[in-house]
Design a protein around this ligand. Structure first.
Ligand code: PBG
Length: 334
C-alpha cells in the first residue's frame, strides 16, 4: 500500500456524499427568486419565437391564465413586453402614450384576472419606435435626445402605474429618468408603485432574440447600436456610478443586464448597495444554451441550472430569465 500524503486538511471530506453536499450548499435557486419575461401580441394565437425555443408571444386572451399557471409553480413576478404592429410604430413612439395600447391592456387584464402576481412593466420606447431606439431622436436624427425621451418615459410610467403595474422598470438608460419618474409617480398619488431600475444595462450583442420577439431587430440587416445610451461592456467602475445614481434617485430595486457575462458587475453592485439586486439573463444567454443543446453539445437542464446558480452566487437576489417557468416545473417535480 502506498503511503498516504501527510495531508490533514482534506476538502473532499465535505464532498463525499450527496447528503453532505446538499447540507453544505451555499447558494440556491428557487422559483420565488425568478421573474418570467412575457411577450404579449395583438394577435389571437400563440406566436412561437424561432430564436427563443419554447417561448411564444402570448395573446391577451391567454395572458392571465398563463400568469396563474406561473403562480402555481411558485413564480411571483412577470416582466411584460408588448409586440405591436409595425403600422403603429412612429419615430416618436407615440403609441407608448396611447391609454389603450397593448401593454396597458395587458396590465389591466392581468391585474383583473390574476391580481396576486407582481407585474414589472418595461418602460422604454423601443417597442413603439419605427427606428427601434429606446427613445426619441434629436433634431439632427443622429442620437437619442435624453431629456425629451425622459418626458415621454414619465408619461408612460404614469399610465403604467394607473393601469395597475406594481413596478415600472425603465430599461432605456437615459440619465435622470429614475428621479423624474419617482417624482411624477409621487405627485400623482402613485407612492406605492415601485421602480426596478435597469441600472447597469450594457450595449450587448446578447439581445438579438429579444429584438426578434418585439420586432425591433435590425436596420438594413445590421443590429442597431445603442452604445450612446447603454453602457460600454468594458466598464466596471461606471456600472457602480450608475447604481449609485439610480439608488439616490429613488430606485427600489437595481438591475444588472445581461447577467452571465457580467457576473463581476453583479458582485460589484451587490457590494456597493444595500438595495435588492436583480439580474437579467437575457435572450441571447437563453438562446445559446438551447442552440448547443439542440446540437447535442450541451445538457440543457444542467447548463440552465448552473447558469442560474452562478448569477445567484454572484449576488443577485432576483433573476429575470426565460427559463423561469421550465426551471420551476423541474423544481416542483424533484
Ligand atoms: C429594450 C430592452 C431590450 C431588452 C429588454 N428591454 C433590448 C435592447 O436594449 O435592445 C433585452 C432583453 C433580452 O435580450 O432578453 N428596452
Amino acid at each position: 500500500m502506498s503511503k498516504p500524503l501527510d495531508q490533514s486538511i482534506r476538502l473532499r471530506r465535505l464532498r463525499a456524499s450527496a447528503a453532505i453536499r446538499s447540507m453544505l450548499t451555499e447558494t440556491t435557486v428557487e422559483p420565488r427568486q425568478l421573474i418570467q419575461p412575457l411577450f404579449v401580441t395583438e394577435g389571437a394565437a400563440l406566436e412561437p419565437i424561432a430564436s427563443l425555443p419554447g417561448i411564444s408571444r402570448i395573446p391577451l386572451s391567454q395572458l392571465a391564465a398563463h400568469c396563474a399557471e406561473l403562480q402555481k409553480l411558485g413564480i411571483h413576478g412577470v416582466a411584460l413586453f408588448p409586440k405591436i404592429e409595425n403600422s403603429r410604430k412612429t419615430a416618436e413612439g407615440a403609441e407608448a402614450l396611447n391609454p389603450n395600447n397593448l401593454a396597458l391592456r395587458a396590465i389591466r387584464e392581468v391585474k383583473q384576472k390574476c391580481p396576486g402576481i407582481i407585474i414589472f412593466a418595461d418602460i422604454a420606447l423601443d417597442p413603439y419606435t419605427s427606428h427601434g431606439h429606446d427613445g426619441i431622436l434629436n433634431t439632427k436624427g443622429d442620437d437619442v435626445d435624453n431629456d425629451l425621451t425622459v418626458q415621454s418615459l414619465v408619461k408612460m410610467s404614469l399610465l403604467t402605474a394607473q393601469a395597475g403595474a406594481d413596478f415600472v422598470a425603465p430599461s432605456d438608460m437615459m440619465d435622470g429618468r429614475v428621479g423624474a419618474i419617482r417624482q411624477a409617480l409621487d405627485a400623482n398619488g402613485h407612492t406605492g408603485t415601485g421602480i426596478l431600475a435597469y441600472s447597469a444595462k450594457f450595449a450587448s450583442a446578447f439581445y438579438g432574440p429579444f429584438r426578434d420577439a418585439v420586432g425591433s431587430t435590425r436596420k438594413n440587416g445590421e443590429t442597431l447600436s445603442k452604445a450612446s445610451y447603454q453602457m460600454n461592456p468594458a466598464n466596471r467602475r461606471e456600472a457602480i456610478r450608475e447604481a449609485h445614481f439610480d439608488a439616490a434617485e429613488g430606485a427600489d430595486i437595481l438591475m444588472v443586464k445581461p447577467a452571465g457575462a457580467y457576473l463581476d458587475i453583479i458582485r460589484d453592485v451587490r457590494e456597493t448597495s444595500d438595495l435588492p439586486l436583480a439580474a437579467y439573463q437575457v435572450s441571447g444567454e437563453y438562446a445559446q444554451l438551447h442552440a448547443a443543446a439542440e446540437k447535442g453539445w450541451l445538457d440543457l437542464r444542467a447548463t440552465r441550472d448552473e447558469s442560474l446558480l452562478a448569477i445567484r452566487r454572484a449576488g443577485a437576489d432576483l433573476i429575470l430569465t426565460y427559463f423561469a417557468e421550465a426551471y420551476a416545473r423541474d423544481f416542483a417535480a424533484r
